[in-house]
Design a protein around this ligand. Structure first.
Ligand code: UTP
Length: 429
């Protein structure tokens, strides 16, 4: 037996993952077998073991003090305050100090589209994909502020190639290619309920994207943070791919953050009802945080203020603005991993493909909002649902292409600041 194989075998034995060698012995092609063996050497088995051991642990939030958090309501700003922030923010944007990150590395399992979620057509007459709708918003900002805003798109191993190809095929929908960068997020093995690392249908170790909280470390590792700094970026908006009304370039929010010297700001919406399945902003032991819907007790979800409003009403919609210093700080520290129970097809020990109908495997994900608690000064900015939130999560029902399409069309029909149709070419900063 060669030395490498011996060493892999010892490691696998130590962590109870010997079954991974069954696949090695099945591979006929020498080169492929070697590549598989090498991939086994890159796994941090100790980390996988620690993560699996935590699967049964109760979340620690039960011990922390959770209180409502203060927010600024965009609608309630006085005319002069609105104008002031708008002007300050516009200057920051025009000076080329804002960058946008779109996180598009998720698997989109609920939507079930065969391809990256951004390539999905939500059924508008124009048949524009989600990526094209997002590009429209970026082009609009480019037109308004006369600046090319650098746009960084986070993908995963699973969907990077298809995402880049899609943009290439469509000539970046008219956005300057020199201002669009793709970067891949990290990944972690998926494990069975017995803690065994799975082998995927492609015969490789089954790995999945490490959650949107992986964005900060990936920005650094993939050289994006360096690129931002070299372009003189001061603020970075980070949002998900699946909100077709996302407003990443918001001068009022930008001005507020600049004026208040905040390290970050999160956009919030009033929760539609006490049991809407969204996380809400809160203070956890005095620090900014998000309490997930799965963590909220009925009592907490239904609690109201003396004026009758929900006490925990500020939904987190994954639309956040960060100072570059905050990103730099987060990029050096791993966030805790959460456990998701997902459906994952795999090869069993005899090499047969198993396609489960129910969730069967653990996936480990870092969540972006876990970074909030280390922020010194984070603002919560309440915006209007009908103007900024049309999520595409499920194939049908709530937060589906159908609801997103309707929200998108209503917004376009009612908006007062209709953009000019034509876009002009501007030089990259
Ligand atoms: P969701 O948590 O809704 O996950 O992601 P998802 O992968 O899109 O869909 P499901 O849960 O499998 O159905 C919210 C946003 O975060 C991004 C997604 O692409 C989406 O924009 N995300 C999520 C990543 O970029 N990477 C991840 O690892 C997870």
């Amino acid at each position: 037996m060669n030395e490498k194989l011996k060493s892999v075998e010892q490691t696998l034995k130590k962590y109870g993952q010997e079954h991974l060698l069954n696949q090695y012995y099945r591979i006929k092609d020498k080169k492929e077998a070697e590549a598989y063996l090498n991939s086994l050497l890159t796994i941090n088995y100790q980390q996988v073991k620690m993560l699996y051991d935590k699967c049964e642990e109760k979340p620690s939030f039960l011990d922390s003090a959770i209180e409502p958090i203060e927010y600024v309501d965009k609608e309630a700003l006085s005319e002069s305050a609105y104008k002031k922030y708008d002007e300050i923010g516009a200057k920051v944007i025009e000076d080329g100090k804002l960058a946008v990150v779109t996180m598009a590395g998720g698997q989109g399992t609920r939507l079930g589209h065969n391809g990256p979620k951004g390539t999905f057509d939500i059924g508008l007459d124009s048949h524009k994909s989600i990526f094209e709708l997002l590009t429209d918003t970026m082009l609009e900002a480019r037109e308004k502020y006369h600046v090319d805003i650098p746009w960084y798109i986070m993908t995963s191993d699973e969907n990077n190639e298809q995402t880049v190809e899609f943009f290439e095929k469509h000539d970046y929908f008219g956005y300057p290619k020199s201002c669009v960068s793709f970067f891949k997020q990290g990944k972690l093995p998926m494990v069975s309920t017995e803690g065994k690392i799975l082998v995927g249908e492609d015969g490789k170790v089954k790995e999945a994207a490490d959650g949107h909280g992986g964005v900060f470390i990936s920005l650094r590792k993939e050289g994006m943070l360096y690129d931002m700094k070299s372009r003189g970026i001061k603020y970075v908006f980070i949002g998900g791919v699946d909100n077709v009304l996302v407003k990443p370039v918001d001068s009022v929010l930008m001005g507020l953050v600049e004026e208040e010297h905040a390290d970050a700001a999160g956009k919030s919406l009033i929760k539609a009802n006490p049991h809407e399945k969204v996380g809400v902003f809160c203070k956890r032991d005095g620090r900014p945080s998000v309490v997930e819907y799965s963590e909220i007790s009925d009592e907490m979800a239904e609690a109201t203020t003396p004026s009758g409003e929900l006490k925990f009403a500020e939904s987190h919609i994954l639309c956040n603005l960060f100072s570059i210093e905050a990103i730099e700080k987060f990029s050096k520290k791993e966030l805790p991993y959460h456990i998701a129970f997902k459906k994952a097809s795999y090869l069993d020990d005899d090499g047969n493909l198993v396609t489960p109908k129910e969730p069967n495997a653990y996936k480990f994900e870092a969540l972006l909002f876990d970074a909030f608690e280390s922020l010194r000064n984070m603002l919560i900015f309440r915006v209007k649902r009908e103007e900024e939130f049309a999520p595409v999560k499920n194939a049908e029902g709530v937060d589906s292409p159908e609801t997103a399409r309707e929200l998108y069309l209503n917004f376009q029909a009612n908006r007062k600041d209709k953009p000019k149709a034509k876009t002009t070419k501007k030089k990259a900063k």
